[in-house]
Design a protein around this ligand. Sequence first.
Ligand code: NI
Ligand code: MN
Length: 225
Amino acid sequence: MKITFLGHAVFLIENKKNIIIDPFISGNPAYPSGFALPKIDYILVTHGHGDHIGNTVELSEKFDATVISNFEICNYLKTKGVKKIHPMHIGGSKEFEFGKLKMTPALHGSGIIENNEIIYGGTPGGFLISSEKTIYHAGDTGLTKDMELLQLQDVDVAILPIGGNFVMDVDDAVKAAEMIKPKIVIPMHYNTWDVINADDKKFKMLIEKLGIKCVILKPGESLEV
Ligand code: NI
Ligand code: MN
């Protein structure tokens, strides 16, 4: 499985199918400029905020991709013209062509802002993708004791937010890793804007003290697992 970081919370996962998570491309200061996406088969959206729904509508049309998100976001996207949706919800899992997918809880918001109004976007989540390896994308979340349950899922790669302010900071993300016990941690959701600046070198040092490998990917870089 090839995991490519595309800045902020955007990850491309190439396995049997090509999956993009939280495709915030236009307006994403951290998106690697000029990076051309392969044909996308599935778009996974963790929650309703603009920096996560991003270009979901355009990409689903361009690639005829299926969007997987919570029930409320899927129904919202249907009203925006997305043809292929697969609604799920927190705690639910389903087999897809690329492997098994489970929606995990996240401690955050999920409101969709449109014309200065907030549309209910259900509850925010994360995704656990299990194929040859198990990858956990936490979405936007604060530290929660629920993460301890992920220990039972034998996570190979945990992708965790570290930018603080809206999500876990470095110290909380280290505590999260301690609970999840993955083999590898990749930090995300930091340094996109000043308000979420974080020290990834300190994060790496603290994670590796736990005996867990930490891989810092620059936007555009990949990790094969
Ligand atoms: Ni958010
Ligand atoms: Mn966010």
